[in-house]
Design a binder for this molecule. Structure first.
Ligand SMILES: NC(=O)c1ccc[n+]([C@@H]2O[C@H](COP(=O)([O-])OP(=O)(O)OC[C@H]3O[C@@H](n4cnc5c(N)ncnc54)[C@H](OP(=O)(O)O)[C@@H]3O)[C@@H](O)[C@H]2O)c1
Length: 200
């Protein structure tokens, strides 16, 4: 069965964005993308680059990991506000929101229902793995369904911001097995953790 993978850039102290929601690797972000990080990302996860970045970098590879991306409304609106209603035209793009109403783009599906039910249905369908891009709130709502974490760890601490599973995450210990790792010269790490089932 296809997996739900939370593939996310995070600081050493566990934040995925600054307190104001600033995207760490976005324009003016607090983590200027190191060259070796970008090279690794293009080689291993080309489908996770937004469409405009793929175009600018001449990346056309379909990628092998994901064919679907799930996004919370706050994260989606970062692109929407700068005139990008579908940052992932090469993937099936699903946004969760109870307030957005209709979809601003024909390639983007907006769902207002329970994300857990939607993910369980998606997992039954054929395809590559499903990428939950974030943010923290959506990942927190989907925590029980996440089969794998791919943490792109930045060699940074920032002290405050949006945590990996959102500002309202509950205390719920879960066990993960380290099933892959890449250490880059810049100090960035790609850490793959697979869920050890048996706990909650
Ligand atoms: N580090 C990274 O790689 C990375 C990647 C992506 C995003 N981010 C950061 O994450 C930040 C946003 O995170 P966030 O936690 O504030 O917000 P978020 O998860 O992106 O979006 C939260 C919104 O998603 C919808 N949603 C969440 N759970 C839902 C549920 N159970 N049912 C239906 N809708 C649900 C709701 O929209 P409605 O209010 O419309 O109902 C909710 O307000 C961004 O600022 C971005 O910078 C970082």
């Amino acid at each position: 069965m296809r997996k739900l993978v939370y593939y996310i850039a995070a600081t050493i102290d566990g934040f995925i964005a600054g307190p104001d929601g600033a995207d760490p690797t976005g324009p003016g972000g607090f983590w200027p993308i190191p060259e070796d990080y970008l090279r690794h990302l293009i080689a291993e996860y080309p489908e996770t680059l937004p469409g405009p970045a793929r175009e600018a970098l001449g990346v056309t590879a379909e990628g092998t990991r994901f064919d679907t991306v799930l996004e919370g409304r706050h994260s989606y609106e970062l692109g929407l506000k700068v005139g990008i209603p579908d940052a992932y035209p090469h993937l099936r793009h699903v946004v969760f929101s109870r307030t957005l109403g209709g979809s601003p783009d024909p390639n983007v599906t907006v769902l207002s229902g329970d994300p857990v039910a939607a993910v369980r249905e998606l997992k039954q369908q054929d395809g590559k793995d499903i990428w939950v891009i974030g943010g923290g709130t959506l990942a927190g709502a989907l925590a029980t369904e996440i089969d794998q974490l791919v943490v792109k760890l930045a060699p940074l601490t920032i002290g405050a911001g949006i945590p990996l599973f959102g500002r309202d995450a509950a205390f719920e210990p879960r066990t993960w097995e380290l099933t892959g790792h890449t250490v880059l010269d810049s100090g960035a790490l790609f850490l793959t953790y697979t869920r050890r089932r048996g706990d909650s």
